[in-house]
Design a protein around this ligand. Sequence first.
Ligand SMILES: [Zn+2]
Length: 170
Amino acid sequence: MRTATSAVHDGVRSFEGHGRRVTVDREVASVWDNHRQILATASESFGVLMGTTSIDRRDIWIEAVTTPLPRDRRSRFSFALRDPGHQQAVSRRFESSNRSAIYLGTWHTHPEPLPTPSRIDLRDWGICVRVNRGRPLAFVLVGIEEVRVFVRARGRFKPLRPDIGSGEIA
Ligand SMILES: [Zn+2]
């Protein structure tokens, strides 16, 4: 039984703003849908984003994600990507895609309907941007009702606007 609606599943699979557009693959959307923290006891889920970008890097396509692995740390309000399996997944996908699919950032769940980044999230994303300088990156929060995609623009993390219906094309 569905207890909440999901933005990505109700036809919103593309997000725009700040000169960028992030499109989410249908399978990725359903992974997020299945990991929403609907139950009071559910732990945060998380992983890395993988996919391709346009040459001008304005378009980002999220084509695959990892999910929590045995050596990660999980709790209801925090997580840590510790398992080397995430990096291995990125390397495998890079090789199997003729070196076109790359690491594009991270996603994680929040136990709130419309998720907002915590202080720790903003710090972690800032580190990620510094470590991956020059790469196009996106950061995804999967709330109970909404999925939000953030990008770094003019020194701050800003949410993109959901582009209603665009996910149904093609
Ligand atoms: Zn968070």
